[in-house]
Design a protein around this ligand. Structure first.
Ligand SMILES: [Zn+2]
Length: 67
């Protein structure tokens, strides 16, 4: 039992690290964040972490970045 809790906790930690380091992109004027390959990024492409982006932007419905 104790072992499975430890495993669960370390998995959650790994997950949060993975999410914190995900890079997404926003444009100068847009209100959505995108994956690097999205076609909406042709005007401008500003990189930030997913955590930062989620504070001020919404996920793009075309390229479907992680939420
Ligand atoms: Zn997009």
């Amino acid at each position: 039992m104790r072992r499975s809790i430890t495993t669960l906790v370390s998995m959650l930690l790994l997950l949060s690290v993975a999410f914190a380091s995900t890079t997404v992109y926003v444009t100068k004027t847009g209100s959505k964040y995108h994956t690097s390959s999205c076609r909406y990024l042709n005007k401008s492409k500003i990189a930030m972490t997913l955590t930062e982006a989620k504070r001020a932007y919404e996920a793009c419905s075309v390229c479907k970045p992680p939420r």
